[in-house]
Design a protein around this ligand. Structure first.
Ligand SMILES: [Zn+2]
Length: 86
């Protein structure tokens, strides 16, 4: 989607907003929180978020921009293994 093509409908009609929101998640439980101030609590990881929207079908994707937040998630959240398709 970041390459300009919608993975759902195939249209090249994507809009993006960089750093448009702020994500906070508890570093150990993965509980997601919405806060109105940009300062995270000590138990949280946080990241600016880039959002991509397909204006043909409405599908959207969001990406955490903080490598530190992604690293904390990789270290603490439950691994989701690939599932065979039938
Ligand atoms: Zn689409």
């Amino acid at each position: 989607m970041r390459r300009g093509i919608c993975p759902k409908c195939g249209q090249a009609n994507i809009r993006c907003a960089r750093n448009c929101s702020y994500w906070h998640g508890a570093s150990t439980t993965g509980e997601m929180r919405v806060r109105v101030t940009p300062q995270p609590l000590s138990t949280e990881v946080s990241s600016l978020v880039d959002t991509y929207v397909c204006v043909s079908c409405g599908y959207f994707e969001q990406y955490l921009m903080s490598a530190e937040a992604i690293h904390a998630i990789a270290a603490n959240w439950t691994y989701c293994p690939p599932q065979p398709t039938t």
